[in-house]
Write a protein that binds this ligand. Structure first.
Ligand code: HEM
Length: 485
């Protein structure tokens, strides 16, 4: 009957008691993804928390996440109307924008343009690989310079420059030196981006925090400034491209976007501002994630020197010392691939996806979730489920190899870091190529060592990406690559 049906529909999702005004905000702790995983043990994989004025559904575990993002893909494909999201990419990107027909077209354009410049045919593949190899070579030289006179250095910034240059080369046809002042300054600030847009960021759920001086307000002010500076930088480059645009010659991705969005035969509803927003989104998404992946990998190489040695032995056997590694070596470097997958699984450095929201009422696992509910997708427990992963808290790349030493594809597919469904990362393929080739070149040519005065920890700060605390290493050359020729 109506009342019973209505009562069922209105049944509150399970979840912890929420305090007035703040809800559960004070219980999130330093590592919200761990808190969310602990709450799942008590309340199940789908539960509700309250942060400030927002009821938020948290999804944990492979089965619940798959049901939501694959079986109800459209219902879970929205983005919340958060105040912080409006500052990103001038509000005209596609990452922090809600689901709509226009957004679908926008995402498709971004996706096919990335493909056209990285993997569409053997020529684009080669040219993308050349960009990456050039950056990796520059990074190796920079690391050797920073290690001269037995010095130890913090690799964080150089990794950001490398990742930024690869995506800038794709978008602008241009790279920037490690010492370029304007570029360095912008990148230093962008590093802070993830603090504010990560799941659990307070300014979005307690907008009143903006009205009096407090740490959240000052972080939000810097967030708005960094987005403004970054967007101004990107917009300047796109405007230059627009002025010299020649429909006969597509120099880079900016030209491609100008062509598809501004000179399209079919009506897309997208404008010049969307061209700028798209480029800004891709550079932003492509630099923080890839540089964080590399940052973790270097840390793990010095933390586990025997793994570093094993990687070097395999690469020397497959590639030799007479040439540099290339993407074509990938199929013979299963242990390196395993190391990369294990880094993604073990660190789960994008622990929770960018917040989603529901585009209509939806029921999963018998629980009703109304339209416009904010949804956090916690990827971390998927990668640490003891039923799936033996000793999940131990770093062990070999878990991804079968008895013959080949990569176990079923297992690598079980690592969840790029999300799934309609909002799945559109840069996953290029990210994997970048991370593989850079790591291959680094370990082929250098040996990384820990600064003995530092107690190496795996502690990190939480945000959209988990960033390891600062650490120092040195890089020793492994001898000239071309000696044996
Ligand atoms: C979205 C992970 C690299 C472009 C995302 C999301 C995750 C993610 C978790 C959010 C998905 C969701 O909300 O459900 C990663 C990781 C990377 C990486 C781990 C590197 C290892 C890249 C690169 C690019 C890129 C290199 C592009 C150049 C994007 C875009 C979105 C996105 C445009 C927004 C998709 C949408 O809202 O529809 N990524 N990403 N990502 N990523 Fe990546």
């Amino acid at each position: 009957c109506f009342w019973v049906k209505n009562l069922t529909l209105k049944k509150r999702l399970p979840g912890p008691f929420a305090w007035p005004l703040v809800g559960n905000a004070m219980q999130l702790g330093q590592m919200p993804h761990i808190t969310f995983s602990k709450l799942a043990k008590r309340y199940g994989d789908v539960y509700q928390i309250r942060l400030g004025s927002s009821d938020i559904v948290v999804l944990n575990g492979e089965s619940a996440i798959r049901k939501a993002l694959l079986q109800h893909s459209t219902e879970f494909a929205g983005r919340p109307n958060f105040v912080s999201f409006q500052s990103v990419s001038g509000g005209t990107g596609m990452t922090f924008i809600n689901y709509s027909k226009q957004w679908k077209m926008h995402r498709k354009i971004a996706q096919s343009t990335i493909r056209a410049f990285s993997s569409a045919n053997s020529q684009t593949k080669k040219s993308f690989e050349k960009h990456i190899a050039a950056e990796a070579q520059e990074l190796i030289e920079t690391f050797l310079r920073l290690s001269s006179n037995n010095q130890y250095f913090n690799p964080s910034h150089e990794l950001t420059v490398t990742a930024a240059n690869i995506i800038c080369a794709l978008c602008f046809g241009k790279r920037y030196g490690h010492d370029d002042f304007e570029f360095r300054t912008i990148l230093t600030k962008v590093n802070k981006f993830g603090e504010t847009v990560g799941a659990g960021s307070l300014v979005d759920v307690m907008p009143w925090l903006q009205s009096f001086p407090n740490p959240v307000r000052s972080i939000f002010q810097s967030f708005k400034e960094l987005n403004k500076d970054f967007f101004t930088f990107v917009k300047g480059k796109v405007v230059e491209h627009r002025q010299s645009y020649d429909p006969e010659v597509t120099r880079d991705m900016s030209d491609a976007f100008i062509g598809v969005i501004e000179h399209a035969d079919t009506e897309t509803g997208l404008t010049e501002a969307h061209t700028e927003g798209t480029v800004s989104d891709l550079i932003g998404a492509g630099l923080d994630t890839v540089s964080t992946a590399l940052h973790w990998m270097l840390l793990l190489l010095v933390k586990y020197p025997s793994i570093q040695t094993k990687l070097q032995e395999q690469i020397d056997k497959v590639v030799g010392r007479g040439r540099l590694p290339s993407i074509d070596d990938k199929s013979n470097l299963a242990y390196l691939d395993a190391f990369i997958y294990e880094t993604m699984r073990y660190t789960s450095f994008v622990p929770v996806t960018i917040p989603h929201s529901t585009t209509s009422d939806v029921t999963i696992e018998g629980l009703h979730i109304p339209k416009d509910t904010v949804v956090f997708i916690n990827q971390w427990p998927v990668n640490h489920n003891p039923q799936k992963w033996q000793d999940p808290h131990i770093f062990n790349p070999s878990r991804f190899l079968d008895e013959t030493g080949a990569l176990d594809k079923d297992l690598t597919n079980s690592v969840m870091i790029f999300s799934i469904g309609k909002r799945r990362c559109i840069g996953d393929q290029i990210a994997k190529v970048e991370v593989f080739l850079i790591t291959a070149m680094l370990i082929h040519q250098l040996t990384f060592e820990n600064d003995p005065s530092q107690d190496l920890s795996l502690n990190c700060s939480y945000g959209l990406t988990l960033k390891p605390f600062d650490y120092k290493i040195s890089a020793k050359p492994r001898g000239s690559v071309f000696n044996e020729e």
